[in-house]
Design a protein around this ligand. Structure first.
Ligand code: ARG
Length: 575
């Protein structure tokens, strides 16, 4: 609906003043229903820019705008807002189209983009921890939203499998690991080795030197070290896979840092030959003299000891992605501490390939804190392992479900506990503004009231249960209405109007990479539905009204399910 109003508004502006920049003219849902359904404030800015009275401009544009079929009123308000009050018939028409399966209140992009989403990207030989969970959940959600909107998406897991940690790990493996110990939790054993050697390095320069030499040997292709490295990588990847499977996350590509290792020297040479990089204190560095923000932060592309480098690897990665997929956009999802890295990376890349049109975006997020406000750790101060976290979520959700609905079979409780538990973790991660830190709280995320996964999943099951009670099945009942929607009650009208904005919200999420918009939209949708359901009898009503209400329930369920799925949440039919 907002798109159609926007189109017509732009046409009217163009007719009024042919030179106006119409792409800046936007129509948005009204924040408050009493002002109308949609609003534009674009004419205020336009009037100011052109030095004319914005209110008069708004009135003239309104008079030229032809939308009487959609709106019962278009009001000029305040400094030059236009408020649109949409006709019930127009809302009902959209609902009928959705009911007929023509859309679900969103349209696929007319010009699909190719988008690489770089997310999760844990480091080999270290257990995946809560720091990676946010990237995994956020990145997967963004990929899902882009795909829904018709874009071509490549999900690439840029695993850290070629870092300096391998020098220490190799020392540990060769000198400190009992082969027998490697039978049990091998990832935990690797972590233990790493910590042990890391500590030894701090007090004993000889160990540090040994680690350096093992690393150089590995990077020069020493067969023994390569074989050990490969083994460590495989062990880690197996563990990561288990977590991904539990979280319902799949990648289109998993090209770790090691994949690019042979290209690094060539890139350094390239940058040097183009005069972009120079030697400085034994390292190879790119300076940003003309960039006030980065002036004090030159990027190192080759360290003094010649070891491979995060930035150079990322340059090789961009090059590869451009060649392989020709993306319009690459989205990197990591925590906020990497902001400088990505600023440097993008700046070097722009100099290196000034002709490239690819849009590079760093989508960063804040940390997860414990309830004490400090970084989220176990009681004894260890980093929390993702596998343990998922286990606990499922257990706790199982208990919530058992309390709520003791009559369910044990298997059903377990399965629902799984859906709700994993869903709660994901939702708690997506709901806050991604750039703020958030406090991890089991009680909050598993609460059946408030803006939580259990609340939304429960709202969905309520609608499903209405359909279970119906004798004739939802389609038959709705078809009986001849797809005529009756929006006489205020609660019906509000629910219906909210449904129409699903597409707008998906677009907003995609534009700003902010899933919290979708969380809040779904929460409001559940609220509108509950108010509708409390004041409008569905199964007890009759004829057209009944069919219309049943169809409203059905559309609400579909939008809820699609929306939750776009967030990466599974749904369940009962709870
Ligand atoms: N492995 C890195 C880490 O754990 C994240 C990689 C992010 N992606 C990238 N292309 N740099 O911090």
């Amino acid at each position: 609906m907002y798109e159609e109003l926007e189109r017509r508004l732009r046409r009217a502006v163009e007719a009024e003043m042919p030179a106006a920049p119409v792409l800046d003219i936007l129509v948005r849902p009204c924040a408050e229903a009493r002002f109308g359904d949609y609003q534009t404030n674009s004419l205020i800015g336009l009037g100011k820019r052109l030095g004319c009275d914005s209110r008069q401009l708004a009135a003239r544009v309104r008079d030229r705008m032809d939308c009487s079929d959609l709106c019962e009123a278009v009001d000029v308000v305040g400094a030059g807002f236009l408020n649109f009050k949409v006709r019930d018939e127009a809302v009902a028409r959209e609902l009928a189209e959705a009911q007929a399966g023509r859309h679900l209140f969103f349209r696929k992009a007319e010009k699909p983009r190719t988008i690489v989403v770089d997310f999760s990207s844990p480091n080999v030989a270290k257990p995946m921890h809560v720091g990676h969970i946010r990237s995994t959940i956020l990145g997967d959600c963004l990929a899902r939203v882009f795909r829904r909107l018709g874009h071509r998406v490549i999900k690439d897991n840029h695993v850290g499998d070629w870092g300096t940690q391998f020098g220490k790990l190799l020392v540990g493996w060769k000198e400190r690991s009992g082969a027998a110990r490697m039978q049990g939790d091998r990832l935990a054993e690797m972590e233990r080795l790493y910590k042990e050697v890391n500590q030894a390095c701090e007090s004993d320069p000889a160990v540090l030197e040994a680690a350096r030499q093992e690393l150089v040997k590995l990077q020069q292709g020493d067969p023994e070290n390569l074989a050990l490295w490969r083994h460590m990588r495989d062990v880690s990847m197996e563990q990561f896979e288990i977590i991904y499977r539990r979280m319902g996350i799949e990648f289109d590509a998993t090209l770790g840092e090691s994949f690019y290792r042979d290209r690094l020297a060539g890139i350094v040479a390239d940058l040097q030959a183009q005069g972009l990089a120079q030697e400085s204190e034994g390292a190879m560095v790119v300076f940003f003299e003309d960039d006030p923000e980065l002036k004090a932060h030159p990027a190192i592309i080759l360290k003094r000891d010649g070891a491979s480098n995060y930035t150079t690897t990322d340059l090789a990665t961009i090059e590869h992605r451009l060649r392989e997929w020709a993306p319009d956009e690459i989205v990197y999802v990591t925590d906020g501490r990497q902001q400088l890295h990505f600023r440097q990376l993008f700046a070097v890349f722009r100099r290196w390939h000034p002709e490239s049109k690819v849009d590079l975006r760093h989508i960063w997020f804040g940390s997860i804190l414990g309830e004490d406000g400090k970084p989220f750790k176990t009681r004894s101060g260890e980093v929390i392992k993702l596998a343990d976290l998922l286990d606990e979520a499922e257990d706790r959700a199982y208990r919530v479900v058992s309390d709520k609905n003791p009559g369910l079979s044990e298997a059903a409780k377990r399965e629902i506990g799984r859906v709700v538990g994993i869903g709660a973790i994901k939702y708690a991660d997506l709901l806050p503004n991604r750039q703020s830190d958030y406090v991890f709280s089991w009680d909050k995320m598993l609460s059946l009231t408030g803006n939580t996964a259990p609340y939304l999943l429960y709202a969905y099951t309520r609608i499903r249960s209405i359909f279970r009670k119906m004798e004739e099945g939802p389609e038959a009942a709705a078809a009986a209405a001849g797809l005529r929607f009756d929006l006489g009650a205020a609660e019906e009208s509000r629910l219906a109007r909210h449904l129409l904005n699903f597409g707008f919200v998906l677009e907003q999420v995609a534009a700003e990479c902010r899933p919290n918009y979708l969380c809040n939209y779904l929460y409001d949708l559940a609220g509108h539905f509950n108010r509708f359901f409390e004041s409008c009898p569905v199964l007890q009503s009759e004829g057209v009204q009944r069919a219309s209400r049943v169809a409203l329930c059905g559309l609400t369920a579909r939008v809820l399910r699609e929306g939750l799925d776009a967030l990466g949440l599974e749904t369940t039919d009962q709870m």
